[in-house]
Design a protein around this ligand. Structure first.
Ligand code: ADP
Length: 613
């Protein structure tokens, strides 16, 4: 027998403490966490057994729970896949594997705030470790399918754990024995366990038996897949229990979608749109959270394309009888059946979201706050669903100082307006202080302010919505006088203004593509707009951040020739004309969120101007 002793990773003890203390009032959940692990392990074994039959269990799969009311122990035994020594170190040895440090970072100063900790734990998932809420010692005895060794993992949840290899024969699968803490002894109770299983784990497909010394072995769950029942017979509580116990959620669902579709393809969907975003929503893998079942047999949690990545916050199951259980994973992934199911389910989710938006804007706003950025990825990459996603998209309106829909924007457009004006910027504050807005504000024309990085991308793809073209007010050419009721537009080819513009151009000819007079400005002297065929600034900035070699195009400096400072330029000495022109150019960059192109020259010009006062 060999014993290996391991210390926990540095932060594990700390996290365990947070977990134990903040979830204290919800200690019951330890059972559903362990049962759902046991059931996952059984499904994994079945799944691997399809290609490697020797891994399969020859008898019926089950989970059994032995409770010793005297010794205060509970043992949960499954006939699942089991764990190897490496699996043990990787899984039971590491808490919140998906991000110990990000967990602590996120929780920050909040360790005393139980609600905050709870929400975070929900997002990160502590699964197995919830056992330590009720146990002072946990012993896991396990044998992996296809391997000979039995391993014993033991820990007090504080300092570390040991792994011992044992020569005792153990069935394939895992047994988790909990030695209950003094203050959790009430769990060593046959009836209590049965009630908890019924409440939290009824839908687990594998039968769960409970045995106590003086009691008969009893099956505690109905082991019927919830989604196979008729929606009319399922209560809202049952749905949310399923959502939490089987899908590991901690919140209430925002939307529950349970449908049976029959026709050329048969499938059932039980899908949930959550209320709160999980912590991994923006991980680069963009993993989806919908499990595929074929005829009630679990196949996989990550079938590519089962639902679009821009709906990766949707959790749930799809169960179909239109696929063959024996096809390989790759074939499942590429099958036209999956494509059709995905298409139909996507439509359902979008139409349900639209209904929610119509029914309760406030609730929808809370949803949008959590998942809006992800949905917008669809505007960029999903040509087919773009229009539908745009219908439920919310954007910030300059005029109404809140999020509105594109339809709201179009409805409010004046008679002469035929474009959707928008400004992309890094932050709302920056957008609001942009000189580009002045002309619109003066005319009371609304502009959509786009401040998510993804915005610059989808706006450049989408071109129009309901036949109204999008127009970037920092990039595209436009003439605001087109919006005037009377054709009293100021003459833009006024000789004087042209002379000033030409003068400034002389001074900064190497910095800009052109200098032009404009009527789009009111209080600011100048602004920069994209040159011929140029990109939107925000998009340019994002591309620059990704690729340091990326060179943005030269801009056009537009000049407000009615501005006092600008009017003074012609009378200045040549040196000061140059200094003022450069300053104007640099400050326009600063307002767009850029550094001055030449900070040294910028500071010299400032001093020269100061001296000239
Ligand atoms: P999660 O289930 O959310 O991944 P857990 O902390 O509950 O997180 O479990 C960590 C991992 O340990 C699981 O993903 C699984 O690989 C493994 N595991 C847990 N319980 C069992 C079990 N009874 N049999 C086999 N593997 C298990």
């Amino acid at each position: 027998m060999t014993v290996q002793t391991h210390d926990f990773e540095a932060d594990t003890g700390k996290i365990l403490n947070i977990v134990i203390n903040s979830l204290y009032s919800d200690r019951d959940i330890f059972l559903r966490e362990l049962l759902s692990n046991a059931s996952d392990a059984i499904h994994k074994r079945k799944f691997l057994g399809q290609t490697e039959p020797k891994l399969l269990n020859s008898s019926e799969d089950e989970i059994s729970i032995n409770v010793d009311e005297k010794k205060k122990t509970i043992e949960i035994i499954d006939t699942g896949i089991g764990l190897s020594a490496d699996d043990l170190t990787e899984t039971f040895g590491t808490i919140a594997r998906s991000g110990t440090s990000s967990f602590l970072e996120a929780i920050g100063e909040n360790t005393d705030n139980k609600d905050a900790a709870k929400t975070l734990i929900g997002k990160f998932g502590v699964g197995f470790y919830s056992a330590f809420m009720v146990a002072e010692k946990v012993v896991a005895t396990t044998r992996k399918a296809g391997e000979d060794d039995t391993l014993i993992w033991e820990s007090d949840g504080k300092t570390g754990y040991t792994i011992t290899s044992s020569s005792d024969a153990h069935e394939t699968g895992t047994s988790i024995k909990l030695f209950l803490r003094k203050d959790a002894k009430e769990y060593a109770d046959f009836q209590r366990l049965k009630t908890l299983i019924k409440k939290y784990s009824d839908h687990i497909l594998v039968p769960i038996f409970v045995t106590a010394k003086d009691a008969e072995k009893e099956q505690a769950n109905s082991a019927q897949a919830l989604w196979t029942r008729s929606p009319s017979e399922i209560s809202a509580e049952e749905y949310s229990e399923f959502y939490r116990s089987s899908l590991g959620a901690f919140d209430e669902p925002f939307i529950t979608l349970h449908n049976k579709t029959e026709g050329s393809i048969d499938f059932t969907n039980l899908l949930f749109v959550p209320k709160t975003a999980p912590f991994d929503l923006y991980e680069p893998e963009r993993k989806t959270k919908v499990s595929l079942y074929i005829n009630r047999v679990f196949i996989s949690q990550d079938v590519d394309g089962i639902i679009p990545t821009w709906l990766r916050f949707v959790k749930g199951i799809l169960d179909t009888t239109s696929l063959d259980l024996n096809v390989s994973r790759e074939m499942v992934q590429n099958s036209p059946v999956i494509k059709k199911i995905s298409k139909s389910v996507t439509k359902k989710v979008l139409s349900e979201l639209k209904k929610k938006l119509k029914k309760d804007e406030t609730e929808y706003a809370a949803f949008w706050e959590q998942f809006g950025k992800v949905l917008k990825e669809g505007l960029y990459e999903d040509f087919e669903n773009r229009e539908k996603i745009a219908e439920i998209t919310r954007v910030y309106s300059l005029k109404y100082e809140t999020l509105i829909s594109l339809d709201d924007y179009i409805e409010e457009m004046g008679e002469k307006q035929d474009k959707i004006y928008y400004l992309a910027a890094d932050t709302l504050k920056q957008a609001l202080s942009s000189p580009h807005l002045e002309g619109f504000q003066a005319k009371g024309v609304d502009v959509l302010l786009m401040t998510d990085p993804i915005d610059a991308f989808w706006m450049s793809q989408m071109i129009s919505y309901k036949e109204k073209a999008f127009l970037s007010i920092s990039r595209d050419k436009y003439d605001l006088s087109d919006l005037d009721d009377e054709a009293a537009a100021e003459a833009s080819d006024d000789e004087e203004t042209n002379t000033i513009a030409a003068l400034i151009k002389e001074c900064i000819t190497d910095l800009v593509e052109d200098v032009k007079p404009t009527t789009a400005l009111v209080d600011s002297p100048v602004r920069l707009v994209a040159g011929e065929g140029g990109l939107d600034f925000n998009l340019e900035r994002i591309l620059k951040a990704q690729n340091p070699d990326f060179e943005g195009g030269k801009k056009v400096l537009e000049v407000n020739c009615n501005h006092d400072l600008v009017k003074k330029i012609p009378a200045l000495s040549l040196d000061l004309q140059k200094a003022v022109s450069r300053m104007l150019f640099e400050q326009a960059r600063v307002l767009d969120g850029e550094m001055p192109s030449d900070p040294q020259q910028f500071s010299k010009d400032l001093i020269a101007l100061g001296n000239a006062l």
